[in-house]
Ligand binder design. Sequence first.
Ligand code: MN
Length: 150
Amino acid sequence: MNSRIVRKALAGFRWQDVDVLAYKADAAPFRDVTRQVLFGDAGQASQLRYFEVAPNGHTTLERHAHTHAVMILRGAGRCLVGDAVFAIETFDLVTVPPLTWHQFRASIESPLGFLCIVDADRDRPQLPTPVELRQMRELPAIRAFLEADS
Ligand code: MN
């Protein structure tokens, strides 16, 4: 049997022969996030990844030219996309348009796991400058979201 044709699902939202990786290697701020590349062979234009944010953790607040297509697969939380904050739970779909600020946060009670489709060839994320962060915080809903862990 060629194990690469079917990778069985394992306990804890893992898959056979798929490594659990650090979310990011650079110094961008995030908390308690893992990354698994489910599909991403050379020659494919897109990758399917599974990210998991531990309870009360969060991804990096960032934007970039490439888009994200996200399906929540585990747990619940909230996401900031553009100038709005949304409650999200299992099987919800989230579209992140180009150059739109975004961040995902797990609830205190549960992890937040999600599938994400991205271009295999994609630009590097941008982080907000202090001025941009101050502008974002002028919206009360975003301010409350960003301060949830401080
Ligand atoms: Mn992103």
